[in-house]
Design a protein around this ligand. Structure first.
Ligand code: ADP
Length: 263
């Protein structure tokens, strides 16, 4: 009945049909492999903080029982590890929600300049803490786009946080810039985030938007990264029928731009 019939229909005597059946199978296998990798990665990412927390619980029950200072220190580490798990679960939920909605292009009209102003304002303390100057240009007047406002906040926050986190030694400047351009398929808004950081080796660039891909996983973890930020950005941009462009030069810095179709 059901599944058998589908199989029969797919493998038609036509060359084209057979080819199609093969393609489907390869694609299905590829999807399956990706799903397994993803589950393995998530398990690993969750297990690392869990192992640390369990280890410290044992220590608190044993050797550190009578040592108040050690106890405080271990509790602080446990809190930080629990916080890491929290961030990871939050980002996983964001990612799955964005993926689920990817086919529905947002309908609402939003003022992206206003969003950029509020994101930049709210990240000023983070920038100051890293002694980075955070500038915004091109957001003086309203720029209306068809977009999901929460997701635009998230894209701008992820890119700007990365620019501050990885991009910038003390004294450097991060610039968020908005500007209209003529794209091949009509007018687009370019939103770019430029930093003056270490830059990214070109061989890493095509893989940066993969889930859990990090150039330097130690550094990412130390900075509180989950490895999901750019994957979330990619899916949000796809949902908006836009493009993500990454340019980088080692020793000079990086520019992450999104190009969004104008209404
Ligand atoms: P994470 O949570 O690790 O920050 P992301 O998906 O946001 O995850 O970024 C993936 C990796 O891309 C980071 O771990 C970092 O190695 C690299 N990266 C992202 N933005 C920048 C940047 N502005 N400069 C240098 N490297 C960056």
């Amino acid at each position: 009945s059901g599944p058998d019939r589908v199989h029969e229909v797919t493998v038609t005597p036509l060359d084209e049909g057979v080819l199609l059946a093969f393609t489907d199978l390869t694609e299905a296998e590829e999807m399956d492999r990706m799903r397994r990798d993803f589950v393995a990665n998530v398990s690993h990412e969750l297990r690392t903080p869990l192992t640390a927390i369990s280890g410290f619980i044992e220590t608190l029950r044993g050797a550190a029982k009578e040592d108040a200072r050690a106890r405080e220190r271990f509790l602080a580490i446990m809190a930080a590890e629990a916080e890491r798990m929290n961030r990871l679960v939050r980002d996983l939920l964001h990612l799955s929600r964005v993926e689920a909605e990817e086919r529905n292009r947002p309908e609402s009209r939003v003022d992206i300049a206003g969003i950029a102003r509020s994101v930049v304002d709210s990240l000023q303390p983070v920038a100051r803490a890293g002694e980075v100057r955070l500038n915004l240009v091109g957001a003086g007047q309203e720029i209306t786009l068809r977009a999901d406002p929460d997701q635009m906040v998230q894209v701008l926050t992820n890119l700007t946080e990365n620019a501050v986190k990885y991009g910038s030694p003390a004294g450097a400047t991060v610039t968020v810039a908005l500007g209209r351009e003529d794209g091949p398929r009509g007018p687009v808004l370019r939103v770019s985030v430029s930093d003056q950081g270490a830059g990214i080796d070109p061989r890493h660039i095509p893989r940066l938007t993969e889930r859990f891909y990090r150039v330097d996983s130690h550094r990412s973890r130390e900075k509180g990264g989950t490895g999901l930020g750019l994957a979330i950005v990619k899916h949000i941009v796809q949902r908006h029928r836009g493009r993500l462009v990454i340019e980088s030069e080692l020793g000079k810095g990086s520019v992450f731009s999104i190009l969004l179709p104008m209404p």
